[in-house]
Design a protein around this ligand. Structure first.
Ligand code: HEM
Length: 402
């Protein structure tokens, strides 16, 4: 078999993770990265060319290259067997310039230092309140339900200025959305939440308060539909991600007592630890881009109309970029990781997500020095659907009462 023939042979891809190593990327991605960091996937008859990218340098290059489109309608989805529908109004991740640039600029101008400072004060209070509630309720507890989900949900309430009287209602929708309930229940909660956010956004136009949504509402730059859409998108982008980082990050720490002890003993480690957890867990595991024109990449010829699947989790474990990449090492420099993406779509909420995690992990570990899993690790319910961010449906924990 000639080398060229071998390199062109399309591969079948499985995104299934190994049950014994649930925090590592799928073994098939790891194997591909070693052999072919850009590989052609076997595609059904009539489908455009499909590629999977697992090498750090290539993933980073694609994310910074405007010839690779974020517009969903350019993405052929192998599981759906067709192209995706265009992005809903307000969803920045599904747009290219100039539509993306316009919305991105508007939003960037509202994630101000002042706003982030206000949110830093609130996250400390919200975290303390949730830990008090967890302590009062007593062990065992589902950490997702009592802590990992409510902290970011309440922070989104702060960001959007959801009135206190509405927060229980808001939280009940978001709880349904993030659990493993029926599709019907999720769909209903999603519709109600969307309607609620549209109403809220319009109320902010009439009566602005001190929050990001009011800033957007009064800027005069967004239509009503865009305003409601952006609010819903911010909720979608900021809640599930941060909640799953908190839950999966806690699991990663609980299964690694030496790293856990290091963080507990040294609160100054929190900022670096959060970057390493982001890299190691890479919960936004894969992304897609549509190829707009013929491109040569990594020695391969990609054609206009092809689709690339970007394995961010494999890239963040690339030994060519990070030494000993499969080891969680809270003291390493994980700078340059791609867990928040890269290029023009790089996460707009990363500062907020960092603020939440830097406060929440140490506070949880300090409040509950004996925190541990309440069930064997093999029984945990992981989010295995590759279209979702990776994480846990629930995380049963227990502790000794002080
Ligand atoms: C640990 C938590 C988070 C992770 C891992 C994460 C991850 C990401 C990633 C990978 C992207 C890029 C998507 C792409 O290139 O297609 C992104 C975009 C985005 N994220 Fe986050 N995110 C997190 C938290 C947040 C929070 C808290 C917010 C705000 C409330 C937020 C708002 C956004 C927005 C608005 C975008 C779109 C940016 C654009 O397309 O220009 N994210 N995020």
């Amino acid at each position: 078999m000639s080398n060229t023939y071998y390199r062109d042979e399309p591969v079948a891809l499985s995104l299934d993770r190994a049950p014994a190593c649930p925090l590592d990327p799928a073994p098939s991605l790891t194997a591909l990265r070693a052999e072919r960091p850009i590989a052609r996937l076997a595609a059904p008859e009539g489908a455009p060319g499909l590629w999977v990218i697992t090498g750090y340098d290539l993933v980073r290059r694609i994310l910074a290259d405007p010839r690779f489109s974020s517009r969903y309608e350019t993405h052929y989805h192998p599981l759906a067997g067709g192209h995706l529908p265009p992005a809903p109004v307000g969803d920045l991740t599904g747009l290219d310039a100039p539509e993306h640039t316009r919305l991105r600029k508007l939003l960037t101008g509202k994630f101000t230092v002042r706003r982030m400072n206000l949110l830093t004060e609130r996250v400390t209070e919200i975290t303390r309140e949730r830990l008090d509630a967890m302590e009062q309720q007593g062990p065992p507890a589902d950490l997702v339900e009592v802590f990992a989900q409510p902290v970011p949900a309440l922070m989104i309430c702060e960001l959007l200025g959801v009135p206190y009287g509405d927060r229980d209602r808001f939280q009940s929708f978001t709880r349904v959305l993030s659990d493993a309930g029926t599709a019907e229940a999720q769909y209903a909660a999603f519709a109600e939440l969307g309607a609620y956010l549209r109403e809220l956004a319009l109320a902010k136009r009439a009566q602005p308060t001190d929050d990001l949504l009011s800033d957007l509402a009064t800027s005069g730059d967004l239509t009503d539909e865009e305003l409601g859409g952006v609010a819903a998108f911010l909720l979608g982008a900021g809640l599930d991600t941060t909640a799953n980082m908190l839950a999966l990050g806690t699991f990663a720490l609980l299964r690694d007592p030496a790293q856990l002890a290091g963080l507990r003993g040294d609160p100054d480690l929190a900022a670096g630890a959060v970057e390493e957890l982001l890299r190691y867990l890479s919960i936004a595991a894969t992304g897609m881009r549509g190829v707009l024109e013929d491109v040569e990449l990594g020695g391969r010829q990609l054609k206009a109309g092809d689709t690339v699947i970007i394995a961010i989790n494999a890239a963040n474990r690339d030994p060519a970029r990070f030494a000993d990449p499969d080891t969680l090492d809270l003291r390493r420099s994980a700078a340059g990781h791609l867990a928040f993406g890269h290029g023009v779509h790089q996460c707009l909420g990363q500062q907020l997500a960092r603020i939440e995690m830097r406060v929440a992990f140490p506070a949880l570990l300090t409040r509950f020095p004996t925190l541990r899993l309440a069930v064997p690790a093999e029984e945990l319910s992981l989010r295995t659907d590759p279209s979702q961010v990776y994480g846990l449906h629930s995380l049963p924990v227990t502790w000794d009462r002080g």
